[in-house]
Design a protein around this ligand. Structure first.
Ligand code: RBZ
Ligand code: NIO
Length: 346
């Protein structure tokens, strides 16, 4: 099985040595110190470079399960929110604007066609479109094997484009009504857990809907059977076009040695899947925040990650990761700009 090469252990040691030598009491920087060492090891450079180019890609898609009562909102919101991202008016746009993060939105599997957009916007939005909506996972596969490979390849191309324009830190965001259902199913499949332990309230569903969501995830897991042993087949059976593309994006970032700040459930479910496809990928990821979805916390535990923020956020879109960007920049500033204890005049 191919594995992803780890960030440089030599640079990690150099960064840890610099951290220990700063004009601060040992350990006083807490997890900011660990975070700075991780960034330096990913960059292969001590001190680390400032993170000027942080880029978010939002992978949008519709999900067949949304027609089966798993969300508090109708599927038509997916396309409406895509337009809102393009207009720069969504929750994550406000955060990205505040923190100097570039935002790109892609229609990977949205049901509607966006034919009213001007040619240039339409071409940019749909350049990597795989299909209009993904299958309802309790009844049918989300994707064919060919669509799964195409979506993984699309995400990989997007990551290469982002890296080519200088991305130093990448973030994935999600938009798709119903997407917490397939993402929870992917986590259940990877961790061998029953639906009742992974499903959460998503957009804020009632107890009745939560029960239905669990039944749908259990039916989907039973339908997928032993295919859940394989991460790519899991994406085909239980995922979606947008989740497969997100997985390809995260995997390619790791392969190219570009660090990633993970967001909520969809981002972390895909990170877990990327690390199942190529063990070692997760060494290039840090957890931006803890969302309210149980499957996100379970997946973070499995990956051995402690999130930077825990604000009760359950928005998605990449918002939790973007909110954590100033924390990562703070860590970098400390390891770069603080004097060494040995330099103090005393
Ligand atoms: C207005 C609005 C904006 C959003 N932005 C992200 N999501 C998030 O909520 C949805 C997932 O929750 P569920 O599985 O319960 O549908 C996804 O669209 C996700 O991107 C939104 C949802 C809504 C309604
Ligand atoms: O975990 C998330 O990112 C999340 C939770 C609820 C709805 N949308 C996203």
């Amino acid at each position: 099985m191919p594995t992803v090469a780890a960030p440089s252990a030599r640079i990690q040691q150099q960064a840890a040595d610099r951290l220990a030598a700063l004009a601060t009491p040992p350990g006083a920087l807490g997890r900011l110190g660990d975070l700075a060492v991780w960034v330096a090891s990913c960059q292969g450079q001590v001190p680390p470079r400032p993170l000027d180019k942080v880029r978010l890609v939002i992978f949008a898609g519709d999900h067949g399960v949304a027609e089966h009562g798993v969300s508090a909102f109708p599927a038509s919101i997916t396309g409406a929110m895509v337009r809102t991202f393009l207009a720069g008016k969504a929750g994550v746009n406000a955060l990205a604007q505040a923190h100097g993060v570039a935002v790109r939105v892609l229609d990977i599997g949205v049901a509607e066609g966006f034919s009213d957009l001007d040619d240039e916007s339409h071409a940019a939005l749909t350049a990597y479109k795989i299909r209009a909506g993904s299958g309802a996972i309790h009844l049918e596969d989300a994707l064919t094997a060919e669509e799964t490979e195409a979506a993984l390849a699309a995400g990989a191309s997007v990551a290469r484009e982002e890296i080519a324009v200088g991305a130093q830190l990448l973030i994935s965001g999600d938009m798709g009504i119903g997407n917490t259902t397939p993402a929870a199913a992917m986590v259940a499949a990877a961790l061998g857990l029953p639906a009742a332990e992974v499903v959460g309230r998503g957009t804020g569903v009632t107890e009745d809907v939560l029960q239905r969501k669990a039944a749908i995830v259990d039916a989907a897991l039973a339908r997928a059977g032993a295919r859940t042993d394989d991460p790519v087949q899991t994406l085909a059976a239980l995922g979606s076009a947008d989740l497969a593309a997100t997985t390809g994006y995260l995997l390619t970032a790791a392969r190219h040695g570009v660090p990633v700040l993970l967001d909520g459930l969809m981002s972390v479910a895909c990170a877990l899947t990327a690390d199942r496809i190529e063990p070692g990928a997760a060494a290039w990821y840090a957890a931006g925040h803890r969302s309210t979805e149980p499957a996100q916390s379970l997946a973070l535990d499995k990956l051995g990650m402690q999130p930077l923020l825990d604000l009760g956020l359950r928005l998605g879109e990449g918002s939790g990761a973007v909110a954590a960007v100033p924390v990562v920049r703070s860590a970098v500033a400390l390891l770069r700009d603080v004097a060494l204890l040995a330099e103090l005049g005393n």
